[in-house]
Design a protein around this ligand. Sequence first.
Ligand code: URP
Ligand code: ZN
Length: 460
Amino acid sequence: MKRGKIIVRGGQCVLPGGTEQKDIVIDNGKIQAITGTAAQGQVINAEGCIVLPGGIDPHVHFHLPLAGGVFSADDFRSGSIAALAGGTTTIIDFITPRPARDGKTAQDLEEAAEQRLSEAEKAVCDYSLHFSAVKGMKHIADQLKRCRDRFSINSCKIYLAYQDSIGLDDTEAMNVFQAAAGLNMKLLVHCEWGEAVDFLRNGYIERGRNDARAHALSRPVWAEQLAVQKACRMAEMCGTEIYIVHISTAEGIGEVIKARQRGVRVHAEACLHHLLLDEEKYKNKDAALYIMSPPLRSSGQKEALWQYLEAGIFDSVSTDHCPFMRTEKTGETPFTLIPNGVNGVEERVALLMHTATAGYGFTPEKVSRYLTGGAASVFRLRGKSGAITADSDADLVILKPDSTRMITAQHHHSQSDYNCYEGTPAGFSIQTVLRRGEITVSEGLIAENPGMGEFLPAEY
Ligand code: URP
Ligand code: ZN
């Protein structure tokens, strides 16, 4: 059904060439024109606001199953509502087959993909998925090829951590690097040296250190650095294009820089929590609420990440959104059994824009690259150019400067009952969000019927 024209009027539009006050004309879900002149249509007043391309968060975990029947707090519906409410119009989650365990073989990737795609149908923002290759998967190149051709997904993740569940040993990892290279598929890599982390974790537990701080101590900076170094060497050896998720240390990103100098195709992702929070959180009584992997680092590491962002070394800032309920994170449980992950999909756009521009003097264009453009160019999803350009999908977010808004679990859309950014000034309110030209958030409120998200095939 053809929809009428919409004019986003007079906002400071973050365009590929710079930020300019413009009208954006939207017709039938696409950006038709970016003009200085008025036109006919339904007008959304954006004066005094920043207009950005709708955010792309390339790393979230909705409805993530853990041992014991526990799932991350958000399913595809609540997680995607939170995404839209926060100005993110596209998310990328994961297809993770069950790993080999107790003599049983790993789940078939195609079967896992069918199941995950059906779970994702509830999403109200647009979405794609990355495959994952897990422990014990056989014939990985064949499986990836068959699934890529069937599902139009062209990225796959592996874990060098989590050796007791999905993590790969070096030989398995090299096989996946080789398979991905052969298919020209992007390989996402979780870089922590799993065997060393497990050795340290066991040591802490044996010495009676069950507390959340021991989680961070058992995942040291060098465990990330060495895993990044190894991933870059494997990529170099096999000719694979890789994307290293959630780099949390200067040493880790330093390895990326060295690899790029050798010509390795390596992209780098930072995570919102590593940019905004630090290990001081592990000194408080609710330290367990901040357990994630890699853990929060020192404030010096946090500042170093900002410097690398400023220098344009990273490709994107994701959230790794994977919150749980307060009771699931806390209690008498040893740190090894506490589910990993925190929220962020709703907070990313406002908090990154605010902190990066007000705190570090970034231009809105630079922030927009981290929120959208970088992920768009790495993962190449249909219609999502990641920029405000004629003919792109009309995915827009209008940010209104707001010095009073604070992040709080009371008002967030996640189903989790706490927010790791509680009390942080947001700097902006999310005034309006358009997903393919449909108004899904208006005056800060999510539409009663925001419509459904679409699965986005990768263009490769
Ligand atoms: O702590 C984290 N990152 N939780 C989500 C699962 C993962 O490692 O990506
Ligand atoms: Zn993750």
